[in-house]
Design a protein around this ligand. Structure first.
Ligand SMILES: Cc1ncc(COP(=O)(O)O)c(C=O)c1O
Length: 387
């Protein structure tokens, strides 16, 4: 069967660079105390890890004050903090049909519980929204616009800079879900007018699971989602006002964050542009050669267009779970199938019933990985002229 070929980087990147595991081991052994919860040197050492990691992330996203980044356990936590910390009864939100359930579920929860109004913008077959429709959808009570930078089903990339300009001109808050772009697409929160940026540590930033973050514009006073110990202003019964403590209740994942810091350093040494180019070339080859399979439909932007490292497809008459299962059992290739936590995107692409097979490449993916996948697919389902 050959070595494992991992093509599920959109779920979580793997393997991580060896420096990530080394940094976590180092943190566990030599700075494993509780950051911000003591003045002894081990606790100070743990605090230093958090400060340095925060500074690196700030630099990556062009955030001018690193204290405006709060660590989270994943993207979902950052999105919940941003959505539930901003919206009030009577607010209107604009989002898109390609959002992940980490956006849709909190929004639908607020719709049910406090009557927030939500519009999900339609997307075309390329996963793009109509910017004129966006313009028309604003209302006087539009408080927030939420979109992904890249769709986890289609790989499409939304023009967040242009959307950010529009959101700013309407005085609304702009939340970007960078789950599929942090580490592989350029993000500049100032230039793109992003007020809130939720990102994972465990995907394109190459850190371990249990890490992530939320950038919060200094102009926003987000209501904290969690209340609890911060090691600061302990006499105060309210959550401290100082950042990032206000948004970081409870013990932080210092060991994970040490790993995340090593991951971000690896990303920076290659450069996001180079990573994107490398991944894009692999997606183009995948698309080109997969399209020879009879009955295949590749979702999202066409060949030559911008996309993240995701290529999802359906094959007429084939159940996506069976395709992924066969790739795993017969060829030792890991991909994801079924519904990808984004039912409205499936609805827009007419794949609600079939689901889709999602192949996703990452920084460690190679031409050989892609070839193994393509050979397996052609062996299983044939190529034009070979049946
Ligand atoms: C677009 C998008 N948003 C949010 C999430 C949730 O990310 P996490 O698992 O880090 O909470 C994902 C996960 O795949 C995603 O693809």
């Amino acid at each position: 069967m050959g070595e494992l070929v991992y093509l599920d980087h959109a779920a979580t990147s793997w393997p991580k660079p060896p420096e990530v595991a080394a940094a976590m081991m180092e943190a566990l052994l030599h700075s494993g105390a509780n950051a911000g919860r003591g003045n002894h040197s081990l606790a100070v050492g743990a605090g230093r890890v958090l400060v340095r990691a925060r500074a690196l992330l700030a630099d990556l996203f062009s955030v001018s004050n690193a204290q405006d980044i709060a660590f989270t356990h994943n993207t979902t936590m950052g999105l919940n903090m941003a959505i539930k910390g901003t919206l009030q009864p009577g607010d209107h939100v604009i989002s898109t049909m390609t959002e992940h359930n980490s956006v849709r579920r909190p929004l639908e929860y607020l719709r049910r519980t406090i009557g927030v109004e939500v519009d999900y913008l339609q997307v075309d077959v390329n996963g793009q929204i109509d910017l004129l429709e966006l313009q028309r959808t604003f209302r006087p009570n539009t408080r927030m616009v939420i979109c992904n930078h890249s769709s986890n089903l289609l790989g499409s990339v939304l023009p967040v800079g242009t959307i950010g300009d529009m959101v700013k001109s309407h005085g609304a808050v702009f939340l970007v879900d960078a789950a599929q772009s942090a580490g592989s697409l350029h993000i500049d929160v100032g230039n793109m007018n992003i007020d809130l940026l939720a990102f994972p540590g465990h995907k394109g930033l190459l850190g371990p699971q249990g890490t992530g973050g939320l950038y919060i514009s200094p102009h926003l006073d987000l209501e904290p989602l969690m209340h609890g110990g911060t090691g600061s202003q302990s006499e105060n019964s309210d959550q401290p006002t100082v950042r990032p403590d206000r948004y970081e209740a409870g013990t932080q994942n210092a060991v994970g964050i040490a790993g995340l810091m090593a991951g971000v350093k690896a990303v920076r040494s290659l450069g996001t542009q180079q990573i994107h180019l490398q991944e894009w070339k692999l997606t183009q080859r995948l698309m080109e050669e997969l399209s020879a399979i009879p009955g295949i439909r590749i979702l999202g932007p066409g060949l030559g267009s911008q996309r993240s490292g995701i290529v999802a497809f359906v094959i007429e008459g084939q159940d996506s779970a069976t395709v992924a299962h066969r790739l795993d059992r017969e060829y030792n290739i890991a991909v994801r199938a079924g519904m990808h936590c984004t039912p409205l995107a499936h609805k827009a692409m007419d794949t609600l019933l079939s689901g889709a097979v999602r192949v996703s490449v990452g920084v460690s993916s190679t031409e050989e990985d892609v070839k193994r996948l393509l050979d397996a697919m052609i062996e299983m389902y044939g190529a034009a002229g070979t049946r």
